[in-house]
Every structure is written in C-alpha cells, then in structure tokens.
Design a protein around this ligand. Structure first.
Ligand SMILES: Cc1cc2nc3c(=O)[nH]c(=O)nc-3n(C[C@H](O)[C@H](O)[C@H](O)COP(=O)(O)OP(=O)(O)OC[C@H]3O[C@@H](n4cnc5c(N)ncnc54)[C@H](O)[C@@H]3O)c2cc1C
Length: 475
C-alpha cells in the first residue's frame, strides 16, 4: 500500500509528486492517458503571471504571487527553459486606463513588486509592433514565460528519479474504502492501494471525487483556442501583451513562447462538450483580436492551432483542501489559470498538508536537478562533436525543422517519465513541433520507438491505443 497516491499527471499532480518525493513516503501517480500531461497543462498560454489579475484574498492570488516568485529557481533546478520577459496590459481608451489603475492597486495588495503604469511613448519603445491606438499599459516586469509540458514532464521525471512510481493508462473509476486506506480501481479493473489520495484530475476531478463519495463540487469546461506562429516570427514581440480583462477572463494575448514561437489566443467559451477542438469562429476571433493589438501580426506564419479546456468551478477560486465528506482525500481542483504559475507553491502547500498527517522525514539523498530538456541544440560545435564521438546517434538529425537528433529521441524513450508514443516524443524533444509539424520526421520517430521498445511498427501510436499510424504490412 502506497502512503500517497496522486491522481492526474498534469502540472498540479506532477509538482505535488515531486514535492512529496523529497520525503520518505512511498508515492505513486495515476494517469488515465498513455502519457503524463494530457490535459490543460499541455495546452495553455505558458505565461508565468505576475499576480495582479486574481482578486485579493483568494487562493489564486496567494499561490500566483508565490509561484511567480518561485518559478525562476524551480525551472532552473529542473533544467526547464524560463524567460523573465515581463507583461503589458494594454489600454486603448480611458475606461481601459481606469482598469489599469484597478489592476495596479489589486496587484500591489496581492504583493506584486515593480508594477508601473507606462505611457504610450514608453509602451511603443518597449513594443514597437503594438497598435498606434494604444494609449498606456500596466507593466509587470516580474512576469515570464515557460514551456508548460516541459515543466510538468520534468517535475514528474525528477520525482520518479527520486523513487516515485508512475502508472499510465489507469483511469480511476471506482474506489473501495479499506481499514486504513483506499483500494482504487481502473476502468479495466487494475487496482492500487493507498492511505491518502490527492485528486488532481483537472476536468475529470468531479468524477474522481464522486468515486470516493464526495459530491461537493462540479467542474465545468471553458474552451480556449490558439494559433501558433513559426519561430521565424519569434522576435515580433518581446513581452506578453494582454487586453484589459473582462468577465470572461484575461482575454486574447499576443506573446512569445519559451521556444521562441509567437502564441495568439486563447478564446474563452463555456462548453458542455470538453473535446479540445478548434473552430472557425474561435480562430477568426483570435486573428481579429491579435490584429487589434498588433495590426501587422504575421498570421501568415501560422504553423498550427490548438485548444485547451480550462477546468473551472462557479466558485471562481481554486479548491485545495481535504474533502469534508471523505477523510484522507485531498482535492486540488478547479485549478484554472493561473494554475501553471501557482503549481510550485500549491505543491509545497499540499506537501505540508501530507506532512501534518503522515509526519514523513526528508530524504538525505534527494536529488532535485535534471538535465535540461533540449540540451543538445544549444551546445557549441565542439561540445556537440564530443557527444557525437561517444554516441553517434547524436549526429543524426531526425527532425529537420527543429534540428532534433536521434540521440535526443532515444534519451526521451529511456529517461523518466518514459515516452511511449509519438506525441510524447514531441513534447519531450520538440521533434515534430516545427514548420512541417512532423511531416518529415514522424515515420522515423515511429521506427525509432518500435526499435527501442522492441515492438512492431503497427503497435506504435500517436497518443495511445486507437491512434495507431500503421495498420498492417503490405509487403
Ligand atoms: C486555455 C488555457 C490557458 C491557460 N493559460 C495559463 C497561463 O498562461 N498561465 C497559467 O498560470 N495558467 C494557465 N492556464 C491554467 C493551467 O493550464 C492549469 O491551471 C493547469 O494546467 C492545471 O493543471 P492540473 O494538473 O490541475 O490539470 P490537468 O493538466 O488537466 O491534468 C489533469 C490530469 O488528470 C488526468 N485524469 C483525469 N481524470 C482522470 C482519472 N479518472 N484517472 C486518472 N487520471 C485522470 C488527465 O488525463 C490529466 O492528465 C491555462 C489553462 C487553459 C486551459
């Protein structure tokens, strides 16, 4: 029986798992998909928000500001790219300026440092591509950008390196109360037992809580659609640009990403059907808003579009507490934005809750560091040659757009959490994330996966059972 079972391998479950792995607990992460990070943690804006948007006194405000402060060191330790680019909320009229003043006041109450309202001249000096109609902005130098799935994968991988177990393809559907814990059942009747369970199942967390007999909250879905521009346009803006927020949220942004793309979006639409589809209407809205912010936005450089579905509750704040209905079930749910930013701080808080229950001791041999995820591309030619001499697979480029080598793909298959499908390789290495979106490298990645895993090519999937690429041999 595990001391703690975390249900849901997103950024919240992942960072909690890593925090717990510093202690002498036996811990396990359950994820319903073929890989970790398959929910909203893989499809969001990747902004490390400064913390002026969340209402004073909420959990969102508390964990956002703390998480933003923690993120630079947290990312560095895990070898994940983080860029402290700063953000600008842009005003186009006098009522927007009044909103900037509200946000400044709220931010200062939340504890955000260095906030400042700047005039049009300073705004256009910082961001020459912003519309000439913009008249002022709220400047937040502490904001940043990060790759959300890299952070999640690195946190889970580091926890596993420090002894945590991961079980994928385990969709929790049924729970049996035992004398000193719970027996958890998957959809296909696998079982695992634990003393304490932490529900981090994102959009699926209502069903998880219901399986325990907790009916205290209902998670709903809000779709957010995006367009991603090629790295060729990566210098188009250097800060994250927001409109002033509305009752629908922070609105459509124009921002760089940690990998030097430009991201436009997200829309905000409440939906019953949580399938992450893109729509003509949504993408048209993204393009129109981006053009209002920056009239010469290079939309022609679009390489893909995607959707993330926010898991929210009508309460409007995170729910992070032990269930009132079920002892030893901790709910970390309704974690919509700024959940990515807040994750390291939420993880510390939840770990403290577990320590108060189980009184674990810190491990002397915990190692919190991890090799940077895209280490090879950034090396000098001499350094690359040294590695290629030892392992020639680093001399073979598989993804031409992103210059990803066979060595990096093999590394992604072998290290924690191991990649088992093509999209998992993509999230760990960026192979398939460039201009051709995998058109050239996908068949080769499939062959490397089959070879390394010792399985037939027909067993290799894009993202789990049902997404096989090759259905049979013809010759
Ligand atoms: C469009 C959009 C934009 C956003 N932008 C930002 C931003 O810029 N900055 C920011 O700070 N935050 C942002 N967020 C919020 C942030 O993405 C989330 O707060 C965060 O990812 C929540 O992580 P999570 O681990 O709670 O959920 P998820 O990432 O959804 O993870 C839940 C996991 O649980 C698994 N699961 C579900 N049911 C079960 C089950 N029964 N058994 C086992 N596993 C299960 C799922 O497969 C999934 O992997 C954004 C969110 C969206 C959708």
């Amino acid at each position: 029986m595990y001391d703690v079972i975390v249900v849901g391998g997103g950024v919240i479950g992942g960072t909690i798992l890593r925090a717990l792995s510093k202690y002498n607990y036996s811990i396990c992460l359950l994820e319903k998909e073929n890989d970790v990070c398959m929910g909203q943690s893989k499809a969001n804006s990747g902004i490390v928000h400064a913390g002026f948007d969340a209402h004073v006194g909420t959990l969102k405000a508390k964990f956002n500001v703390l998480g933003c402060q923690m993120m630079p060191d947290y990312a560095k330790e895990l070898g994940v790219k983080y860029l402290n680019c700063g953000s600008l909320v842009v005003a186009f009229n006098e009522s927007d300026v009044a909103m900037l003043n509200n946000l400044l006041e709220r931010g200062e109450k939340n504890g955000v440092k260095e906030l400042e309202i700047i005039d049009s001249a300073k705004l256009h000096e910082l961001e020459p591509n912003v519309s000439p109609n913009a008249i002022a902005a709220l400047y937040a130098p502490t904001a940043g950008i990060i790759c959300p799935y890299c952070l999640t994968i690195a946190a889970i991988g580091n926890a596993m390196d420090n002894g945590a177990d991961l079980i994928t393809n385990f969709e929790l559907t049924k729970v049996e109360k035992m004398d000193r814990g719970f027996k958890l059942y998957s959809k296909d009747n696998k079982t695992v037992e634990g003393k304490v369970v932490i529900n981090c199942a994102g959009i699926g967390s209502t069903k998880v809580a219901n399986a325990f007999g907790d009916y205290s909250f209902e998670i709903k879905g809000k779709r957010g659609e995006y367009i991603l521009l090629d790295r060729e346009s990566g210098d188009f803006v250097s800060h994250t640009l927001f409109f002033t927020p509305t009752e629908k949220g922070k609105g459509i942004l124009v921002s760089g990403t940690a990998d030097h793309n430009i991201i436009l979006g997200p829309t905000s639409e409440k939906v019953e059907d949580i399938t992450p589809i893109t729509t003509q209407k949504g993408l048209a809205e993204v393009m129109a808003k981006a053009k209002i912010m920056c009239p010469n936005t290079p939309i022609y450089n679009s390489i893909t579009s995607f959707t993330g579905v926010r898991a929210y509750t009508e309460k409007g704040d995170f729910i992070i507490e032990e269930s009132k209905a079920v002892d030893n079930l901790i709910n970390c749910v309704g974690i919509e934005s700024p959940g990515l930013t807040s994750a390291p701080a939420i993880a510390e808080y939840v770990c403290e809750m577990i320590n108060n229950k189980l009184h674990g001791e810190k491990k002397a041999d915990f190692n919190g560091t991890r090799t940077p995820e895209y280490f090879f591309k950034d090396l000098s030619v001499a350094e690359k040659n040294e590695i290629i001499k030892k392992d020639p697979s680093f001399g073979r480029i598989i993804c031409r757009c992103e210059q990803i080598t066979e060595g990096e793909i093999i590394k992604a298959i072998r290290e924690n959490p191991p990649a088992r499908d093509i999209d998992a390789i993509k999230r760990r290495t960026r192979s398939g994330m460039g201009r051709c979106q995998g058109g050239f490298c996908q068949p080769q990645v499939a062959e490397i996966l089959a070879r390394e895993l010792g399985v037939e090519l027909t067993e290799i999937t894009k993202n789990g059972v049902g997404s096989e690429l090759v259905i049979a041999k013809t010759k």
